[in-house]
Design a protein around this ligand. Structure first.
Ligand SMILES: *Cc1c(COP(=O)(O)O)cnc(C)c1O
Length: 389
């Protein structure tokens, strides 16, 4: 199966014939995410080509399916883990500890100690207490400081909660050095689903300014972690992953010294397009006879895999058995008894007028942040099932 992408001006679709074929040939008792492992490999290779010398640390949280981790290990990927659980997952499947970074800036002390015992030597931090914890429980480790960066225009921004300012970053590096750690470099996250590589420019400017200030303060930095943000196709045109990653790396090369170690942490861009959810319509209703909108209730909602519809930030594409027929606006909602479980209401979704209870609905390109976001069983609805092909 080959993906086709186009430039920014074109409209296009990413074919997922293998996933659709598999789903068409199977019955599912509950909402099921089907993952095409070969497509993960295609994405990995496309990103790796564009990223050139940068090491790929797959952000495990995007989709921790063991089969995905296993395939990525075979391809030579490294991993960004956020917890003991993610570290154990990667190690258990044979990842070498040298290839795992502990990238969460908020770590449990016992998890730091575990990672250190397991041989992991690279940790993220953005606060003084965290530097103390790492120095005490992973003595001698390498640390990179995560920077707070301005919002880039990402569809799913990751600002405010993580990162620190320039002056604090410099203080943390000095503290790390004084406590016997090695302050190796800087990290940031441009924001998830950053559709245009040009959106990276202003963020990279900010990070490069801190890098330079650190060098002037006498720190010999050699590690730049450019985080994630690599987009997936949800209906609005994006560049091919190789072109996108290449455009990001060109901007990095303009701002940072040659020969430094660069890491990238794609999550969404690695797995989103490798997944398709098979869901079902449970009910189509109108609140009154003259209601222009239909309410369409699916068997999957915010608490069973579609959490990224929060604020209607990520807009998934739906495939129905009636595509091509007349459509009308629908408010799309999940099955649970929580009124927050509405997926799209501010911007209703156009779905076929013929849609009815029992119809199968496919959700495209949802291999990232769905199974990992699914609750264990809110309201008795089972977590999103995952099938890997
Ligand atoms: C979630 C996360 C990523 C992955 O981000 P994507 O936008 O999905 O590529 C990368 N790095 C860190 C530190 C993260 O928390």
């Amino acid at each position: 199966m080959t993906a086709t992408y186009a430039d920014f001006s074109a409209s296009f679709a990413v074919p997922s014939a293998r996933l659709e074929g598999f789903i068409a040939a199977h019955q599912f008792e509950r909402p099921t995410l089907v993952i095409d492992l070969d497509r993960v490999e295609t994405q990995y290779r496309a990103l790796a080509t564009g990223l050139g010398p940068a090491a790929i640390h797959y952000a495990v949280k995007a989709n921790p399916a063991p089969e995905i981790i296993d395939r990525l290990i075979a391809l030579g990927s490294h991993f960004d883990a956020a917890s003991r659980g993610e570290i154990e997952l990667c190690l258990g499947l044979g990842a070498h500890p040298d290839t795992i970074s502990f990238g969460n800036t908020v770590k449990r002390v016992s998890d730091i100690a575990f990672a250190h015992r397991a041989g992991i030597t690279l940790f993220a931090a953005d606060a003084s207490e965290e530097i103390e914890k790492i120095a005490a429980h992973a003595p001698g480790a390498e640390v990179y400081i995560r920077l707070l960066v301005e919002a880039s225009g990402a569809d799913w921004p990751l600002t405010r909660k993580f990162g620190t300012t320039r002056d604090t970053a410099l203080r943390l590096m000095a503290q790390a050095r004084d406590l016997g750690l090695r302050p190796a470099g800087l990290s940031f996250h441009v924001g998830s689903q950053t559709r245009d590589p040009a959106m990276w420019g202003a963020t990279l400017d900010q990070v490069a300014a801190v890098w330079q200030a650190a060098e002037e303060a006498g720190f010999a930095l050699d590690l730049l972690n450019i985080g994630g943000g690599f987009p997936a196709f949800y209906g609005e045109a994006i560049p091919h992953p190789t072109a996108y990653a290449g455009a990001v790396m060109a901007q990095v090369a303009q701002r940072f010294p040659e020969g430094i170690r660069i890491m990238a942490e794609p999550g969404r861009g690695m797995v989103a397009e490798a997944g398709m959810i098979a869901a079902e319509v449970l009910l189509v209703a109108r609140k009154s006879e003259d209601d222009l909108h239909r309410w369409v209730y699916l068997d999957i909602g915010k608490f069973s895999g579609l959490a990224e519809t929060m604020d209607e930030a990520i807009r998934y594409q739906f495939v129905t058995p009636h595509d091509g027929e007349a459509t009308g606006p629908c408010i799309l909602a999940g099955p649970s008894c929580d009124s927050a479980d509405v997926l799209y209401e501010k911007r209703p979704v156009a779905l076929p007028m013929a849609l009815k209870s029992g119809d199968r609905v496919l959700i495209r390109n949802c291999g990232a942040y769905t199974s990992s976001y699914s609750s264990v069983g809110f309201n008795g609805f089972p977590p999103l099932d995952v099938v890997v092909i």
